[in-house]
Every structure is written in structure tokens, then in C-alpha cells.
Design a binder for this molecule. Structure first.
Ligand code: BES
Ligand code: MN
Ligand code: MN
Length: 466
């Protein structure tokens, strides 16, 4: 089948921009908070809605139940020409909306708000990841409307547990490996360099997420009767947590950096050439000083160095006023971002040993592991990455930058492991999109350029031999 002209595709995208936006709004209205059992029905309804949309476009689409949130799985045979088989991955679950009172408009009532780059789409999930997964769905729609089909076989797989660490993903990939087999996986769940400059993300950090419960006395105690004479779990936990870093900001856990390779000179140079403004990066979140592990720039710290961060710390009394109590138990949630070659299990062991060695005799330690994913890099030279790069250049009129990312997408490593295919990370988010925060947004311009870029990617990849 002959390829549609770029003009025909762009004309369809322009003529249908309001309808595309309305479909995005429809998916944004589902409060598909995958981690919250109270929203299980909403999450399921969102999956059903996506299945119906894909089916209406001619995909064989279905919901695949898992032990957790369902997967959306859909296949389009293409027009019979001998193109590569593409797998598209995205996630339809979103982060919880809280703190809800900080939203200027309700999180699940999407709207357009005027901003410096024109209209922005404001809603939970606007950019992460409903707006981005809609860019490829609308690109398929444009292509099908223009030609009657797709230029190659396409499989779409959308999960509902990405924001909870993808617990059902591995068994799903294992069980459906044959059905999911493809030449490359395309993911839109990352960012651009800036609104005018497209980017391909070539590396993601891994993630280890732990909870530590530290139990001392068998019940809460009067701090006058017992204070100073027994182990206080909160005091102890605070001390242990403080010892995890040295005074300069390095992680003090022995072995933590053992597998970490220094960034190679070429990578450091390429990143330096991007001209990242670290001062502006911190100023954007109300801070004055860049800080972190010594010897590295802010960009290197976020893209190329591992971290250990506390995500929550609680116990005892935190209500109004005061209560004199020695709590029986204290808790911490902590996570590490990992870089290439760090083994999640080795990092977990190192942290657990470190804490165990320093904990006093009566402290009972209980660990929960909520996630353990290695870092991931995707070769920028592979033909599909090059095709994506050309597609982006067509749309934006300038070359795509190769960038890193501090975030994690567990599926990318899992897809490589189970299906053996690399991913192309072509994202359209911006640094100020408030991902996971109140008033999350997606620039309408980014949304529409994303649709254009995905049609351009289809055009590019179908010129590649299988
Ligand atoms: N889309 C993000 C990852 C991301 C964020 C990539 C920013 C590029 C830039 C993804 O939805 C996410 O939030 N991932 C979690 C993973 C975790 C819940 C297992 C993360 O990075 O914290
Ligand atoms: Mn995401
Ligand atoms: Mn996210």
C-alpha cells in the first residue's frame, strides 16, 4: 500500500484536533488510581474504555485480568505489507491526586488553561501517561482514517499498575511472550528537552523501594515513666536514617557504589553540551542552591548517579497539640534510584546489612520490598531509534537530542528481559508539567506534536527492512 502523504496526515490531525482532545478528556475523566483499592472499578472502567476505542479502530482488543489491575492488549494486523512489528507500551493508571486541596481545578475534570505556550491540558494523568499514550492512539487513528489501515502489524499493551511498581508485569510478559513478540517497543512516557526541542531518552534509572518498620517496646509508653530508660524506636530510626549519608551527601552504605561505573567522557561531554541550567532547575522549585553528591553537576546527579532518598517517615504522635509518648514502632519508606550495572538485590542487601549492624539489640526490624528494577539504557544507534530521531526532526524542524532521565519505567527493562526487544523512548513531557503533583498539565502543543511525531514514526519505520 502506498504511504499517505505527510500533508494528508497533518491535515487530518489539524481538522480533528478538537475531537482528539475530547477523546483525551474522556480518558482523563476516569480516576484510574491504580494503587488505591477504592478506585478499582474506575481503573477497570478506564481499561474497558480504552479497549472499546482500540476495537473501534479495527484492533482485536481485550482486557487481560491479572492479580492486580487489568492489562489492555490489542493487535492490528496492518495492511499486509512486510513492515516491522511494533509494540506500543503505555500506562493508563495515574498517581493519587492528593493533596487535593492544592488543585486549582478538580483533578479528574480535565480542562484547558491558558499558559505561556498556549492552552495546556490540566488533569491528573494529563502527561503521565494518558496524554502521552493518546498521542500514539490518535496517530493510529489518523493513519487509519487516511489509508484504511496501518502500515505494519501493531500491538498495543497498556498497563494499570505502572505507578505502583508494575507488580503484575513480569508474569503477564511471561505468559504472553509469544503474543507480544515485536521488533521494537515504542514508549511515550518521558520528556522533551524543551517545548521546541524534541528528545529521545536513552537511559532510565532503576528503582529500589523499601519500607522499614522498627519495633521496640511491646506497647506505646508514657514518656515520663519510660523516657530515657528504654529504646525509643523513633529516636533509633532517625539516627539510622541520618547515618545513611555522609556529611557531604554521598550514600554511606558500604558497597552501594561498588558496581557504579563513572560516566564515560563522551557521555559527560554530550550532556555538558546541552547547556543545562542547574540554577534555573532548582529555582523553579523555590530553592537557591544546587546540592547533592560532590563532584557531579545537577544533570549528572539526576541522569547518571544513584541516590538514596527518604520518601516517608512516621510513628508516634503527629496529631494536634502534644502527647507525651514513646511509640512502640516507627516506620520509614526509602527508595534508591539506580544506574547501570547496580544490581537491585545487592543494593537491598547492602542497605539491610548496614541498618542491621547499627540497630540496637532490642530493635526488631521488618523490611518490605515494594520494587526492585535495574537501570536501563537503549542504544541510540539502533535503526528504530534513528527512525524516531528522523521522525522528530521532521515535526520539530530540528534534530532530537539524546537525553537521560532520572525517572524509572519498570516495563522497559522487563520488556527487554522477557521479549528481548529494545525500546524507543519518545516522550513529549516538559520539566514543568508537575508530574505526580497537583495541577499536572500537558501542553496542547506537545500533545499535537506528539500525534504528528507518531505518524512520522510510522512512516519512517515502515521504510526499514524487517
Ligand atoms: N513516566 C514516569 C517516569 C518518568 C518521569 C520518566 C519523569 C521520565 C521523566 C513514570 O510514570 C513514573 O513515575 N515512574 C515511577 C516508577 C515507580 C512507581 C516504579 C518513578 O520513576 O518513580
Ligand atoms: Mn509514566
Ligand atoms: Mn508516573
Amino acid at each position: 500500500m502506498p504511504q499517505p502523504s505527510r500533508d494528508a496526515l497533518n491535515a487530518w490531525i489539524d481538522a480533528n484536533r478538537d475531537a482528539s482532545l475530547e477523546r483525551l478528556f474522556a480518558v482523563l475523566r476516569f480516576p484510574s488510581i491504580g494503587t488505591d483499592p477504592a478506585h478499582a472499578r474506575d481503573t477497570r472502567a478506564c481499561a474497558d474504555w480504552l479497549v472499546a476505542e482500540l476495537a473501534a479502530m479495527g484492533f482485536a482488543a481485550r482486557v487481560v485480568p491479572t492479580g492486580g489491575q487489568p492489562m489492555v492488549l490489542a493487535h492490528h494486523p496492518g495492511d499486509g505489507s512486510d513492515g516491522p512489528h511494533l509494540l506500543y507500551y503505555g500506562h493508563y493508571d495515574v498517581q493519587p491526586a492528593d493533596p487535593i486541596e492544592l488543585w486549582e481545578t478538580p483533578p479528574f475534570e480535565p480542562r484547558l488553561v491558558e499558559g505561556p505556550h498556549g492552552d495546556r491540558i490540566v488533569a491528573r494523568g494529563a502527561v503521565d501517561d494518558k496524554g502521552q499514550l493518546t498521542t500514539f492512539l490518535e496517530a493510529f487513528r489518523a493513519w487509519i482514517a487516511t489509508t484504511g489501515s496501518l502500515p505494519c502489524p501493531v500491538t498495543v499493551f497498556l498497563e494499570g499498575e505502572e505507578e505502583s511498581g508494575s507488580p503484575s508485569l513480569e508474569p503477564f510478559l511471561e505468559a504472553h511472550a509469544e503474543e507480544l513478540r515485536a521488533d521494537v517497543c515504542v514508549v511515550s512516557d518521558t520528556g522533551m528537552w524543551d517545548i521546541a526541542t524534541p528528545a529521545l531518552t536513552t537511559r532510565l534509572r532503576g528503582l529500589v523501594y523499601l519500607q522499614l518498620d522498627l519495633e521496640g517496646p511491646s506497647r506505646d509508653l508514657h514518656s515520663g515513666m519510660y523516657g530515657g530508660a528504654v529504646l525509643n524506636p523513633l529516636n533509633t530510626l532517625a539516627r539510622l536514617i541520618a547515618e545513611l549519608h555522609d556529611d557531604e551527601g554521598r550514600v554511606a552504605v558500604p558497597g552501594f557504589y561498588d558496581a557504579v561505573r563513572d560516566l564515560d567522557t563522551a557521555t559527560r561531554q554530550q550532556w555538558r553540551s546541552l547547556g543545562f541550567d542547574g540554577a534555573a532547575f532548582v529555582a523553579d522549585v523555590g530553592l537557591n542552591a544546587e546540592r547533592g553528591e560532590p563532584g557531579w553537576s545537577t544533570l549528572e546527579r539526576t541522569w547518571g548517579r544513584p541516590t538514596l532518598d527518604l520518601n516517608g517517615l512516621w510513628g508516634g504522635y503527629s496529631g494536634d497539640g502534644s502527647k507525651t509518648v514513646i511509640p512502640s514502632i516507627a516506620h520509614a519508606k526509602l527508595s534508591c534510584r539506580l544506574v547501570a550495572d547496580q544490581q537491585p538485590d545487592a543494593v537491598i542487601d547492602a542497605i539491610q546489612d548496614f541498618v542491621a549492624e547499627r540497630a540496637p539489640a532490642d530493635a526488631k526490624l521488618t523490611w518490605h520490598v515494594f520494587g526492585a528494577e535495574p537501570a536501563m539504557s537503549v542504544p541510540a544507534e539502533q535503526p528504530f531509534a534513528q527512525a524516531a530521531s528522523r521522525a522528530l526532526e521532521h515535526v520539530f524542524g530540528k534534530p532530537a537530542l539524546m537525553i537521560g532521565s532520572g525517572g524509572s519505567i519498570p516495563a522497559v527493562a522487563a520488556i527487554k528481559r522477557h521479549l528481548g526487544c529494545d525500546s524507543v523512548l519518545m516522550g513529549f513531557g516538559l520539566a514543568d508539567d508537575r508530574v505526580h503533583s497537583p495541577n499536572e498539565k500537558f501542553e496542547r502543543r506537545c500533545f499535537e506534536n506528539g500525534i504528528r511525531a507518531h505518524t512520522a514514526l510510522l512512516a519512517e519505520v515502515t521504510t526499514l527492512a524487517r
